[in-house]
Design a protein around this ligand. Structure first.
Ligand SMILES: C[S@@+](CC[C@H](N)C(=O)[O-])C[C@H]1O[C@@H](n2cnc3c(N)ncnc32)[C@H](O)[C@@H]1O
Length: 331
């Protein structure tokens, strides 16, 4: 029953996020049921059902006078514009992934993604899908903002001068790493249209002098810029089948400076493939989204070995977008 309730809980969160319930209650504001119903032009019965669901899930609190307000959780993660805003990811799952789960069996039987049309598109990462263009990179930023802080604490960045974030997307890692490590410079490497989407985000963070952009395609020979003492691959390799994932890893290993480190941060499936559930479910999500799956640290370490990197093992952490970082050092 808990698992089936997951659908109701998720849709409550998604609808409340879409209605900007939490953003409107920012900074300790409260609202009564009648005010909420009037503001959204809805009947009190559905309004109360949604608000009660949110209270039961710890997303809202209800005081003795009948006023609804944010909890510390929603105040930190569900108010638009806050640094750890998670609503971008909620919106992507709701608008882009949820419809694909209605035809998940097609993916299962056909062994192909179902969030995009494999006959007309080369990959998920195309500017021609308006839902993806509008929500995907906001979502990635939102998924990675908190996780980036975990990575920043898990790796010794004192010797790293410049990091290349391959498939850096919304630059969540670069922004957080540069904020926490003032000596560090970062480069976001991504497709040209993604770099253009992300530039304003870096400028808004006041870090345009330390974070720059290199646009390109990581499948092109020599496409990945050289001269960096660290390369980050966050949620990149799981987007691709084994052959493509190995190609990306090999190109990163070749581009890395000798003695440099490759950081793979992802939700690693346990080597014995019995869990953990968040990684196994993200791996299943790769069925509807991509040709990939979430690999194990043992699989990555084996590939690193082939490409001249010595695996230093996984440092586990508790992030939304990843459960640890696997470090490989170039010999
Ligand atoms: C799942 S997102 C990860 C974003 C970011 N690393 C994070 O964890 O927040 C995958 C990223 O790979 C980028 N990407 C996809 N194909 C690419 C290619 N051929 N060359 C460079 N980047 C690519 C996408 O644009 C997207 O930003």
């Amino acid at each position: 029953m808990d698992l089936t309730l997951g659908v109701y809980a998720f849709k409550s969160l998604a609808l409340a996020t879409e209605l900007e319930v939490f953003t409107e209650l920012d900074g300790g504001k409260t609202i009564s049921l009648a005010e909420f119903a009037t503001r959204h032009g809805i009947h009190e019965r559905p309004a109360e059902l949604l608000l009660t669901a949110c209270v039961s899930l710890g997303l809202l609190r209800l005081d003795e006078k009948g006023a609804y307000g944010n909890t510390p959780l929603s105040e930190e993660f569900l108010v638009k514009g806050k640094p750890r805003y998670f609503g971008g990811w909620v919106t992507l799952v709701d608008k882009h992934e949820y419809p694909a789960y209605l035809k998940m069996e097609e993916s299962l039987r056909g062994n192909h993604p179902s969030t995009w049309d494999v006959k007309t598109q080369k990959s998920l990462f195309q500017p021609n899908d308006p839902v993806v263009k509008e929500h995907f990179w906001d979502a990635m930023h939102s998924l990675s903002a908190y996780t980036a802080g975990q990575l920043a604490e898990s790796v010794d960045f004192s010797e790293i001068k410049a990091i290349l974030d391959v498939g850096g997307g919304g630059a969540a890692y670069d922004i957080e790493l540069c904020r926490r490590h003032p000596h560090l410079r970062a480069t976001v490497f991504d497709l040209p249209f993604v770099c253009e989407l992300t530039k304003p985000r870096v400028a808004d963070a006041g870090l345009a002098d330390r974070i720059d952009f290199a646009s390109g395609d990581f499948f092109e020979v020599g496409g990945i810029p050289e001269g960096y003492d660290a390369i980050l691959l966050s949620n990149i390799l799981h987007d691709w089948g084994i052959e493509d994932a190995r190609k990306i890893l090999r190109s990163c290993a070749e581009a890395l400076s000798p003695g440099g480190v490759l950081l793979i941060t992802e939700s690693f499936v346990d080597d014995d493939k019995r869990g953990p559930a968040p990684a196994a479910l993200m791996s299943l999500n790769m069925l509807v989204e991509t040709w990939g799956r979430n690999y194990t640290a043992a699989e990555y370490s084996g590939w690193m070995d082939e490409f001249g990197l010595k695996s230093e093992g996984v440092t586990p952490f508790d992030g939304q977008g990843a459960n640890g970082v696997l470090v490989g050092r170039k010999l």
